[in-house]
Design a protein around this ligand. Structure first.
Ligand code: GDP
Ligand code: IMO
Ligand code: MG
Length: 440
């Protein structure tokens, strides 16, 4: 067995979906192991665009088994919509999509709670969640007493359990709502979830046992991270993070597959930085350069449609997440978006309270005070979306990539120059370019 993981190294939306799809032809199984419908992973194949929230991006390849493992939180209505949309587009999902009976269910009270928190906390303290009920669902998972797992949906006493939890949740939500009326109709929920249970039943199984069997066979596994390492609940920019371990450290916990089975970690990063929602972002460009990147990169959320905040590449942050994830190789995405800038900046260190630091601060307030120290590199004007070999890139693009490799401390294996599967340079070896003059 061999195991490869795809991990976002920034604040999410690094184009993980594109890379997973690209690598899927070499694997037998793709596994999602954390997060939920807060994720939005895009796969583009010719004129077909697929937007996936729970279902692994391996689903577009008919030969691959796709597992949504125990660490994922599932919103039944959303996953059923995803399933239906794939079926409508001619995909066969039976025996190709398996959902863990241990995965937790995002219930209506979780969505209400997410909304109530979001509207109660304003200004700089607002996390700006995706409002998909992710935090409240993970909170109930850790709290245990009010948790609902996918396997519970298809067990006989489920209706009773919904009524019991709804009765306990209503006064809690009302106390948070401060006068706004909260509705939790237990009868309606029982009917709704009974219907979901019947539709999801064929997909539910013990994926932990299944994966434990798979790792003892001669199979190739690909683990698809959601969100990005800087949104990791333990190691990210807390509290402006998501509620799961979205860095490399989460793979084993979420899937049940021991780290000893994983032999390659691929870190995915954009050629610049983006962030959606609140929280510190030292290299943010709240100006026309940021706007130019947003428009060219179509930087609007796949899940919520919110404009993404854009900024220069932060090598301090990505070096940190590269080390955190034990990353072996980098995939540098969206390089085409940087065409047309006279110069490009890379953050190489920060100034914090008058001192130069080269580490990523663990405290959000410190990170907020960190002033980026930039190195400036020459840009390039050529459009590069048709580049398929490293030698098709302008010399300044290669210079930029080489500097990123050096600062992050990891070789680049993939370069993406457009959303389509085909718009990728694979098996990159930049060191070869140093001896051979390239491009313009
Ligand atoms: P994910 O959450 O990490 O899978 O990323 P998203 O799908 O949320 O966002 C990435 C967006 O960039 C999607 O719309 C992709 O189709 C698009 N994309 C992926 N790679 C490239 C690229 O190299 N260049 C450009 N211009 N767009 C890309
Ligand atoms: P993918 O997998 C980008 C952000 C939200 C918010 C914070 C917490 O597509 O890369 P949550 O709803 O999880 O409680 O929100 O995390 N966030 C993401 N940002 N890409 C994602 O997923 C994200 N999932 C959550 O914007 O700031
Ligand atoms: Mg996304």
């Amino acid at each position: 067995m061999s195991g490869t993981c795809i991990i976002g190294l920034q604040w999410g939306d690094e184009a993980k979906g594109k890379l997973v799809d690209l690598l899927t032809k070499q694997v037998d199984v793709v596994v999602r192991y954390q997060g939920g419908a807060n994720a939005g992973h895009t796969v583009v194949v010719g004129d077909q665009v697929y937007k996936l929230h729970h279902i692994p991006s391996g689903i577009i390849n008919e030969n691959v088994l796709n597992i949504v493992a125990a660490g994922v939180v599932i919103h039944p209505a959303t996953i059923l919509k995803e399933i239906q949309s794939l079926v409508d587009r001619g995909f066969r999902l039976e025996d190709r999509l398996i959902l863990s009976d241990r995965a937790h269910v995002v219930m209506p009270w979780h969505i209400i709670e997410d909304q109530l928190w979001n509207s109660a906390i304003s200004g700089e303290k607002n996390i700006g969640t995706t409002l998909r009920g992710i935090g409240p669902c993970y909170r109930d998972k850790v709290g245990r007493s009010y948790a609902v797992r996918l396997g519970d949906l298809v067990r006989p006493n489920f209706a009773e359990r919904i009524r019991e939890i709804a009765a306990a949740k209503l006064p809690l939500l009302e106390s948070m709502a401060q006068g706004i009326s909260v509705e939790l109709n237990a009868d309606a929920m029982v009917a709704e979830f009974t219907a979901y249970a019947e539709q999801l039943r064929p997909y539910i199984a013990d994926t932990t046992r299944m994966l434990l069997d798979i790792v003892e066979q001669d199979k190739k596994l690909l683990f698809e991270g959601a969100q990005g390492s800087l949104l990791d609940i333990d190691h990210g920019t807390f509290p402006f993070v998501t509620s799961s371990n979205s860095s490399g450290v989460g793979v084993s916990a979420g899937s049940g597959v021991a780290f000893k089975w994983i032999d390659k970690m691929i870190g995915v990063a954009k050629s610049y930085s983006t962030r959606v929602g609140g929280g510190p972002f030292p290299t943010e460009l709240d100006n026309e350069i940021g706007e130019k990147i947003r428009q060219k990169g179509k930087e609007f959320g796949t899940t919520t449609g919110r404009p993404r905040r854009c900024g220069w590449f932060d090598a301090v942050a990505v070096r940190y997440t590269r080390r955190l994830g034990g990353i072996d190789k980098l995939a540098l995405m969206m390089l085409d978006v940087l065409s047309g800038h006279p110069e490009l900046k890379i953050c190489v260190a920060y100034e914090l309270d008058g001192k130069r630091i080269d580490y990523f601060p663990g405290d959000a307030d410190e990170l907020k005070r960190a002033i980026p120290i930039y190195e400036t590199l020459p840009g390039w004007h050529e459009e590069i979306t048709t580049a398929r070999e490293i030698t098709d890139l302008p010399a300044n693009a290669i210079r930029y990539l080489l500097r990123i490799e050096e600062l992050v401390g990891c070789p680049i294996e993939f370069i993406s120059v457009g959303p389509d599967r085909a718009q990728t340079i694979t098996s990159v070896s930049l060191t070869d370019c140093v001896s051979t003059p390239v491009g313009s």
